[in-house]
Design a protein around this ligand. Sequence first.
Ligand code: MG
Length: 359
Amino acid sequence: MMETVRKIIHIDMDCFYAAVEMRENPALVGKAVAVGGSTQRGVLSTCNYEARKFGLHSAMPVSQALKRCPNLVLLPVNMPLYKAVSAQIHGIFRRYTQRIEPLSLDEAYLDVTDCTCCSGSATWIASEIRQAIWEELHLTASAGVAPLKFLAKIASEQHKPNGLFVIRPEEVKAFLQHLPLKKIPGVGKVTAEKLQRLGLHYCADIHGLDPYWLMQQFGKFGQRLWDFSHGIDPREVESNRPRKSLAVENTLPHNIDDFAHAEAIVHQQYQQLTQRLANTGTLPLHAFKKLSIKLKFADFTQTTLERTVEGLTLEHFLYLLTQIWQRRQGRSVRLIGLSVQLPEKSQHNTPLKQLNLWE
Ligand SMILES: [Mg+2]
């Protein structure tokens, strides 16, 4: 069977929230700008390149960011605005393909294999998209072009910001030879350190290794490491991928140690969660079987506990809270989150409204 070589573009907007804010208020240009938690307790969502010069990055606590960069302009998150701009960006994507898989408001995969514009050149299409985003929306995007999803994502990082990087099918093998394993999506700090300890630094180091040995070392992810290192990534660009879960989480105004306090917060969050579920459709609460609870501690480590239960109830969440509370080991809690997995559509006669990113 002839395999079609796919043409995948990964588009990633450059410091999106901050860039939108700078566009709305040109007086911010040249200043260190971050968008994020409205209080000292929150974390940064995004910061611009001026702020990054001070070592700021997303997920950094606001208090720490302000210490490093006292002149930082810190703006509240204006989600309705970012969603509106994101919808405009998707409008530009749709001129070229309907096969769009958003990863977040500012990042998406596009499959342009069947697109006939630009003589079918994915590189040319990516250039036109970047140009349209700049001319029409006054924002910059970085793009990666490759025959595989994970490579397209890595490529969009290569010449960031405002850059384009292309990995042609015939270049994949050579590119992988020198690709550091830590660049593979999904390799976090812990995995990277373990790879280092094992003397594995580049994809080339994986070549010739037994995939089962890798799986013993890294679990299921070991298989992915082996596949990616060998240029194997059959994942399709999935448009209209339905949202899989709904979550409510809050960074607390103060760290807490008191269980009764945590119970009261879970109680509130449960009300919010069921309210949001009610907005998504007509499924009864007992149709939701997978619940999870998350705690983030004062030292910023976090833990999640997931359970399959007979339906969504406050009691189940409170029970999960008693369980996860034991992992505290004396640490104060700074964030609590509840989430519920949405059932597959096919199991129910009354379908859930498909939630997309803009809801
Ligand atoms: Mg981005």
